[in-house]
Ligand binder design. Structure first.
Ligand SMILES: [Zn+2]
Ligand SMILES: [Zn+2]
Length: 76
């Protein structure tokens, strides 16, 4: 008897880095915040609170924001 073992190994590993938020001092309000968005280009930090308070200022459309320091587009 031939028994077939259907051993499908679906290796759907997804490396999902959550390194877009870092802890640090927000450049806008100057406070130490556990969750800040960081510009990869210049290292500018903005906390989630300031991001939420000034969506127009940072062109926050829930997907991207613009670094006010170097005008680099960053994804959230
Ligand atoms: Zn802030
Ligand atoms: Zn920047």
């Amino acid at each position: 008897m031939a028994v077939k073992f259907l051993d499908k190994k679906v290796s759907s590993r997804r490396h999902f880095r959550r390194s877009k938020t870092v802890a640090g001092r927000c450049e806008v309000c100057g406070e130490e915040m556990p969750l800040c968005y960081r510009c990869r280009k210049c290292g500018y930090l903005i906390c989630q609170r300031c991001m939420a308070e000034g969506p127009r200022r940072f062109s926050c459309n829930t997907i991207t924001w613009v670094c006010p320091n170097c005008l680099n587009w960053e994804t959230l």
